[in-house]
Design a protein around this ligand. Sequence first.
Ligand SMILES: NC(=O)c1ccc[n+]([C@@H]2O[C@H](COP(=O)([O-])OP(=O)(O)OC[C@H]3O[C@@H](n4cnc5c(N)ncnc54)[C@H](OP(=O)(O)O)[C@@H]3O)[C@@H](O)[C@H]2O)c1
Length: 251
Amino acid sequence: MIAIVTGASSGMGSEMVKLMIRTKVTLDEIWILGRRKERLISMQKRFPGTRFRLVPIDLTVREEMESFGRLLEQEKPEVRIFVHAAGFGIMGRIDEIPVEEMEEMVDTNVKSCVSLTSYILPYMAEGGQMIYFASSAAFLPQPGFAVYAASKAFVLSYVRALRAECSHRDLRITAVCPGAVNTEFFNRAAADRPLPAYKRMVMAEADAVVKKAWKDNNKNREISVYSLPMKLFRIAAKIIPHTCFLRFMGH
Ligand SMILES: NC(=O)c1ccc[n+]([C@@H]2O[C@H](COP(=O)([O-])OP(=O)(O)OC[C@H]3O[C@@H](n4cnc5c(N)ncnc54)[C@H](OP(=O)(O)O)[C@@H]3O)[C@@H](O)[C@H]2O)c1
């Protein structure tokens, strides 16, 4: 039995790995994925009692993804847990952000979600857990964060449909939709601008968001939303017409 965790080199993916170790989930090996190999190595060094398989991979590179697919075919692992935490965002208007970076966001957040799910689903063990990091940005179109919000709306929609398609199987599948979380995410997301005050006000800690996501997935909840402000935001986005929000949010 193994766990596969993308985005394991920092932030919430890394916290997920720590949580599995802390709570002594029965696993033969944890496969940790990320581009920064040195981070994966330091995770391994930090937990010498845990068996890791380090998978340095850029999820936007087709050859690297295909080679991961082949690794699964060779190993035929029983996957008990799949966490897809890799992702990034860049704030800015559509006409400000270089098109290559917007495409990279789509490849990292959307395409990898589709490919990895198709690769991993046949190996998911009955009783297995699948946890995908979407975002509260999925609840509403976001001018000034358009591609990221749209990519996470894709993830949320995709995961909900996946869950429905897998209802005949014993799998717990959850989309995690946090608001702003204190990780390296904003180093890139807001590299050239100050973080909006409302994001700073609702900023959550990664370990708390991950703990809640784990609990919600264990209860087989479809969506995990951490903190009252984000729960209220989700309700507001359901009942208030989006055009009302967009009128105020337009830059
Ligand atoms: N922080 C927030 O405010 C927030 C809010 C809502 C949702 N989320 C979502 O939560 C997830 C985790 O984010 P985080 O906050 O933990 O951010 P983070 O600390 O920046 O972690 C992002 C992870 O994604 C990996 N990654 C990025 N691009 C990759 C690529 N091309 N190939 C392979 N791995 C890649 C990074 O690893 P390498 O750089 O080593 O490749 C890193 O481990 C993301 O999907 C994010 O969109 C974040």
